[in-house]
Design a protein around this ligand. Structure first.
Ligand SMILES: [Zn+2]
Length: 114
């Protein structure tokens, strides 16, 4: 992936993630975005966030084309050490960049190194 062509850190969701995101947002009317966490095993963790950066849904874990998440995730519940990517998929229209930043720090910043 080329960094130069991307003015923001916004990452692109894949098809299966989009379907999950839509489902989560349908059940979370307060959600203005969905946190997407990719794990090294291929499972995903997702949760809706509201405009204050609070959780607007339960954390959902799933694995493509599988009925259950993998054994590893069942044991460690998707440990942060195995996260390969995490970002927020914003509902359009996305909030102002400053608000996005605030929520990102609140939601994603707590366990990254400063
Ligand atoms: Zn897994």
């Amino acid at each position: 992936m080329s960094q130069q062509e991307q003015p923001t850190k916004q990452q692109v969701t894949d098809k299966s993630e989009e379907a999950m995101i839509e489902g989560i947002l349908e059940g979370s009317p307060d959600g203005i975005g969905v946190v997407v966490v990719r794990l090294d095993c291929g499972c995903r963790k997702m949760a809706a966030v509201d405009k204050k950066g609070e959780a607007a849904s339960k954390v959902i874990m799933y694995r493509d084309n599988a009925l259950t998440i993998c054994d590893k995730c069942q044991q460690d519940n998707g440990a942060f050490t195995r996260v390969t990517a995490e970002f927020i998929h914003w509902v359009k229209p996305a909030p102002a960049p400053a608000t996005q930043k605030e929520i990102e720090i609140k939601v994603l910043g707590s366990h990254t190194t400063h």
